[in-house]
Design a binder for this molecule. Sequence first.
Ligand code: ADP
Ligand code: ZN
Length: 639
Amino acid sequence: MMKNKKNQQKKPPFNQYWIFGSVIIAFIILNLFSGSGTEKSNITTPSKFFNFVKDGDVDKIEIVNKREVYVFLTNDALLKDVHRNSSGKSILSIAKLTPNYTFEFGDLQNFENKLSATSREFNQDIEVNYVTKQNIWGDILISMLPFILIIAIWIFIMRRMSSGTGGAGGQIFNIGKSKAKLFDANAKVKVTFQDVAGLEGAKEEVQEIVDFLKNPKKYTALGGKIPKGALLIGSPGTGKTLLAKAVAGEAKVPFFSLSGSDFVEMFVGVGASRVRDLFKRAKEKSPSIIFIDEIDAIGRARGKSNFTGSNDERENTLNQLLTEMDGFGTNTNVIVIAATNRADVLDKALMRAGRFDRQIYVDLPDVRERKKIFEVHLKPLKKASSVDVDFLSKQTPGFSGADIANVCNEAALIAARKNKKSVGKQDFLDAVDRIVGGLEKKNKIITEDEKKAVAYHEAGHATVSWMLEHAAPLVKVTIVPRGRSLGAAWYLPEERLIVRPEQMLDEMCATLGGRAAEKVIFNKISTGALSDLEKVTKQARAMVTVYGLNDKVGNLTYYDSSNGNEYGFTKPYSEQTAETIDKEISAIIEKQYQRAISILKKNKKKLIQLAEVLLSKEVIFKDNLEEIFGKRPFDKKVK
Ligand code: ADP
Ligand code: ZN
């Protein structure tokens, strides 16, 4: 049944439209033509008609559709007063084509009897014709019109829906099918662990999954249960998809890949049926891997912020997913790998034993790992000998694997634009700049005054951070505007797992250094420090309310890991505490601001010197800072 329908749907898509269109047009035409005759003639009643018959006025009649009588008068009768209408005109019919009168009778048999009796009695010879007018089709159409309209609208909506879902390609009955992309073992997945740089811990953990898939008997023989799911947690671009693909590639099994948002559709029940379909397909190809990217699209905690009940569809989808994962036995050999960057919002039911009970953290790479990722992505490039991988990995703190892949590609493009034979160091640096701050806008118009203000602001950051032991060491300062910012100071953040209060405070002080410099030099402040202030305020609030680093508020946290720190309408503390928190936050910030000001006042000469260099060179590096300040006393601590 289903199959037949599906095949029909593969015919050219415009067929229905032509049918509906022509039916409706035909209906309109019919109505116009057939209706014209009746509408123009006068309606009379059977009793009046029989009076006409008695008077000998009737020439002939037509019995139309066994329902209605068209009356044609004799020429003489037309001259009579009775047959003039209210405006005094004779009811002429054009060439006797249209009737002079029409009326409807009840029963045909009765009418015929009465007519023959009357005409015999008064000796009238009336011609009677029986006709069927095409108008009958109009009537049928009228009665069917609502259905036709409903069907037309339905088909229209289905068509819109299924063309909107991409792959389904206009097949309306495919709406409940999953949209998973299948990479077959023998076809596509050629990714192996070799292609995944760094991520040692994560690779070790997924290695186990590869073993399970490769020879499940080894594990089940000892009574162990094969895991059903693994959750990869990490920020975007850290290589979660890559890792899942590598698992499939290593185990040489089919790989079904789709995103959590692919399940969600405006129709109720579609998500759940897609889940069912996905698992059915995966089981047919088992052993296999299902990879669900962005699982938070369906896996968010149920029943939260659900005021309207509008999330029911998502919940149904999630429930179906849980049912499927519980449902398949240990011998199915389908392993679900899901990825998210927000593990904190996921429904706890997802993490329960037998579901995604393995959680694998995929973090942003550190220097060492960045170097390895660079090596992977530099391989296909023709690079100049000047390119130093160590240097590149140090220049890219906070970059994800995807960012690094992007840098390499961008560098190659930049070199090509300059018609170079190989990709040089400067090309990589330009690519890094471009990815960090958006495109350089050298021709952006800023006034001299503005430029000066920016230079002192950035010099302020640089000076303060240079003078503070715990502030991150500076890499580069620029006053070339890029993206939305007018200038920037880049630091090399240490990769710390635990941050001490003095480190946080030093960093805040350096961040406030920009505004402090404006104050010290020009004695006025500007709006240029907005993002600095935002950063500092967030940090201060975190110290007080999250990390418990404030004496007045104490060793407690208002952070709630179970809801991702979304308080909703109620704050978890009293008005009084709220007041204390506000006071403490502004006290922390004010103290660091004053500290930055005093540092800059003490080093005012050097600050001015630095700002002048910055104004002339636009970009300065660590070396330039050393020329002015001398070696940084704390730098030996930084490797
Ligand atoms: P995620 O799924 O975590 O958002 P992806 O796996 O899609 O990230 O990564 C995007 C791209 O970034 C990959 O195709 C790859 O080119 C690159 N990449 C990310 N992490 C790594 C890594 N550890 N090693 C090599 N390349 C990586
Ligand atoms: Zn700033």
